[in-house]
Design a protein around this ligand. Sequence first.
Ligand code: NAP
Length: 242
Amino acid sequence: MRVLILGGTTEASAIARALADDRRFNPVLSLAGRTRSPAKPPIPWRVGGFGGVAGLTDYLQREGMQALIDATHPFAARMKANAAQVAIPRVVVLRPAWLAQPGDDWSLVPNMQAAAEALGHRPRQVFLTVGQGELAVFGPPHRYLVRSVDPPPDAPVGATIITARGPFTEGDDRALMQSHAIDTLVTKNSGGSAVASKLAAARALGVRVIMVDRPPPPAGVVVRDAAGALAWLHAQAALRGV
Ligand code: NAP
């Protein structure tokens, strides 16, 4: 059975690993191409946009795809919206959002512009973990520590840049925040355990968190993890007698 996995997440990688040795499936992993040197997938893969809904529809037909697993990041709203418009059985993998715990000091904001505004006018030491392409809204009078996988082209002037790929431990993040005297963390509510270390570190250090809320989920079948997507796929295969 031909399956397209829209990837770029740990869930997509886990699904790809699970399907690599399953002879019932003939999967392809699709990556947007945002990371310079992604880990080599264990199944056939392609890189780059499809060209909107029309391009995606053409690709699915050309490749004879029979099922689509949308395992893109919770904030990849455009890709999710495009995938929701094509006529093919589809499941969306959406890991649960993080929830504030006792001891957390969170300010919830709807988008990155609101996050920048929430910093206020008093100079802050800010840890930005929001990904590339979204840093342009941040500026004076604050000082910024930016962590991302590749060097960001849009970092605020004078920012300290750390290029690193997770997972990080709470200890790593606590040491990093302490050494840079961080008083505010800005992050998107990506969810997942891989990056919750920074939230635990912020809680332990009494660092304020400005949390950017997720875009609304797309319509259709939504599961919370790779296991849910695989169960859905197995059911689709059974329906086809695969
Ligand atoms: P986006 O804004 O929803 O997507 C923008 C465009 O990039 C899409 O319209 C599509 O181009 C292309 N695209 C996105 N994901 C793709 C995929 N898996 N395969 C092929 N083309 C893809 O998404 P984004 O925020 O740029 O995210 C891009 C990728 O990075 C996703 O795979 C996502 O899982 C990953 N990621 C995103 C974030 C985040 O915070 N946004 C964080 C970590 C990882 P066409 O319209 O031309 O098809």
